[in-house]
Design a protein around this ligand. Structure first.
Ligand SMILES: C[S@@+](CC[C@H](N)C(=O)[O-])C[C@H]1O[C@@H](n2cnc3c(N)ncnc32)[C@H](O)[C@@H]1O
Length: 355
């Protein structure tokens, strides 16, 4: 067979792309160090700082700080002022790297690929055996990475945009209904809703017992323990009836039998109740999911979401890029007839489902 013809410019472009990705992977370790050592926070709003000034502000060794700063400058994560030999975090960079309450804050998200690398041997084994890997069998950085990442996205949109986008739900929450937050993880969504709607009651359920304990602690810390309850339970058998709102935040696609979860929701939803389905943003076709966000989700889906669904029997393994059509099919099979895309962000699709 003839050797393939190599297009030099395509090769160069692709090598640069692959090297850029490799560089970003190294940069992620630097982002994590910068966040944990308080380097970004010390730079936020401080104007140009020398290496020694930043080292003194953070109690870190100057030689390490200098090399870290140069890595940041090389990647465009801080500005370097050559004349004064100082480094500066711009307000835009601070929103992404220093402000933990910003919806754009990124550092915690690097915990997820860290856990994926740590568990690579489990993924290799799963590919070869076809068996699953349960959510709780992953390195602990996964739970922190995912929950901290989504917490800020929820804080930016859940109470102010997503719930108001659902037909009539805001009024019901204000006057008082019982809400189920299925697959609640660390319970940030549950807590945020409980903070906003003091007359309603919020029940969080998850199969991962450790996450449920953390969710209780989070509710306690936020001062909403009295109107929240958390229990370890599966999406197809949690207790309670007559829920006015049932939420699935970024978890339906993780379940081994999402149709069973939808059927259970149909049984315990109030007659005029609403389901809010929050899922990773995706279009219906692979060719329409060619983007950095889709790449991130498909990758996490490979070793985390599909692996968990398979560990639960994998009747229907949706993956994290299921798209609206396959998601609504799940609820159609459970007898629901009303579906609407209530809102969307670059990271999430928010679907309203009713009888
Ligand atoms: C990606 S995490 C999302 C957690 C949380 N909702 C959030 O948005 O931060 C998916 C969660 O679904 C839970 N989960 C997976 N399968 C489940 C099932 N069958 N029943 C209940 N929870 C499940 C996992 O334990 C995990 O906490």
């Amino acid at each position: 067979m003839d050797a393939p013809v190599i297009d030099r410019s395509k090769l160069d472009a692709f090598v640069m792309r692959a090297v850029g990705d490799l560089s970003a992977g190294y940069g992620g370790v630097m982002v994590s160090l910068g966040a944990k050592l308080g380097l970004y926070k010390a730079m936020a709003g401080a104007g140009p700082l020398s290496t020694n000034e930043l080292a003194a502000r953070t109690g870190c060794a100057a030689r390490y700080v200098r090399e870290w700063l140069n890595a940041q400058a090389a990647g465009g994560y801080v500005e370097y002022h050559a004349l004064s030999d100082t480094y500066e975090l711009t307000p835009e960079q601070a929103l992404v790297l220093a402000d933990e309450d910003s919806p754009l804050y990124i550092p915690h998200a690097w915990n997820t690929p860290a856990s994926m690398w740590f568990d690579e041997h489990k993924a290799l084994e799963a590919f070869r055996s076809g068996k699953g890997v349960a959510w709780g069998d992953h390195d602990g950085r996964l739970f922190c990475g995912v929950s901290a990442f989504y917490r800020n996205a929820y804080r930016a949109s859940l109470v102010t945009e997503w719930l108001p986008a659902l037909d009539g739900v805001l009024d019901k929450l204000r006057s008082g209904i019982t809400v189920a937050d299925v697959g609640c993880g660390h319970g940030h969504s549950t807590v945020q809703m409980a903070e906003a709607f003091p007359h309603s009651r919020f029940h969080g359920f998850d199969v991962h017992a450790e996450s449920i304990e953390t969710a209780r602690d989070n509710a306690e810390e936020a001062g909403v323990a009295a109107r929240t309850r958390f229990a370890t339970a599966r999406a197809d058998d949690y207790p309670g009836t007559n829920y006015g709102l049932i939420c699935f935040f970024d978890c339906l696609h993780d379940m081994g039998d999402p149709v069973a979860a939808a059927r259970h929701a149909a049984e315990v939803l109030a007659p005029d109740g609403t389901i809010m389905l929050v899922e990773p943003f995706a279009n219906d076709r692979v060719e329409d999911n060619i983007s950095p966000v889709a790449r991130l989700y498909y990758a996490a889906s490979t070793t985390i979401c599909c692996a968990h669904a398979i560990s639960e029997g994998g009747t229907l393994v949706l993956g994290a890029q299921a798209g609206e059509k396959r998601l609504t099919d799940v609820f159609r099979k459970a007898g629901f007839t009303h579906f609407r895309r209530a809102a969307e962000t670059p990271f999430n699709l928010i679907l309203e489902v009713r009888r």
